[in-house]
Ligand binder design. Sequence first.
Ligand SMILES: [Zn+2]
Length: 376
Amino acid sequence: MKCACALTDCVFNKICFVFTYSTQQCHLYVETNANQWPIVYSDDYNIGFLGLERLHPFDSGKWGKVFQHLKEAKMVNEDSVVVPREATQEDLLVVHTSDYLDSLRWSANVAMICEVPPVALLPNFIVQRKVLKPMRIQTGGSILAAKLAVERGWAINIGGGFHHCSGSKGGGFCAYADITLAIKFLFKHIDVVSKAMIIDLDAHQGNGHEADFDKDEQVFIMDVYNAYIYPRDMKVKSAIKKNIELWHGTDDKTYLPLLRKHIPEALDNFKPDIIAYNAGTDVLEGDPLGNLSITPQGIIERDQIVFQEARKRNIPIFMLTSGGYQRRTARIIADSILNLQKEGLISCNYSDSGPRGNRCKSDNKQTTYNTFHHNL
Ligand SMILES: [Zn+2]
């Protein structure tokens, strides 16, 4: 593994440290090199088959479009992003019940979760290959992004954010509980992480992770959502420690000051070791499901606020793209990521990464890396 900086730099300006993690028990934690961005993406994220995807308002190719925009801007290419592995049955069982995973063998159940009724008519092997497998790869991507954030200070999965799915129930286009899984994997494998904050800014209530982490003192959930749309899940609202409910049509002038006030407050009070940022873009004006009125510039400012607050406190953050149902959202997500780069909030350099060694709790087969950072 090559070092990200010149040795002389390291000797005079930086402190070198070594961190290790288990590759035997964390097969989703794939190795990366210093030339790669902690941006996770695979072409296999994209769902598209027989034209049925057009029956859902969700742009099921948006992940590929985000990547294409970033590539056109010369930020990344196929070699400089990190390609995740598919989450296996064994990985999924860390959070999911076997009954729930078995239920996905019924196409009718998957059709309900994806809200595309004709999917019920397809043989399950096609549903597995064309719908569920991309979601399992995105889930592997979220788990990987969480680990990359600990190493690099930040990471973005250009997918994931299935916040309506809990360990025992799917819904709202979410078949796997990737947020819960990403956090549980950190708790299990990385001993510098014992407190996590979920900042869920998708337009909908994140009732999946809320069901999973209800009464869990290790996890602080902040949820900012339109309270008058799906899922209106009252049973799990008690899991939200910072609950901010929005009215239909909330605009930038109301929304952004709320974030500027509550995010720093929550971070200073809870002091998490990691932030899972669910950055749904269905808050965008004109979205028929989110029913809010945030402008494209408002979304870019929103993401900037979250990253600024995380980075200045040196708290690792991983972002998931989650909901966002309009054709123009891919462009906005890419613009927002480019803005984070322009503002110096993200970079490819290890030297700009957070000072968090990655020490695994169960190192049966260890991989050793050298990394460097300023001002430990
Ligand atoms: Zn949503």
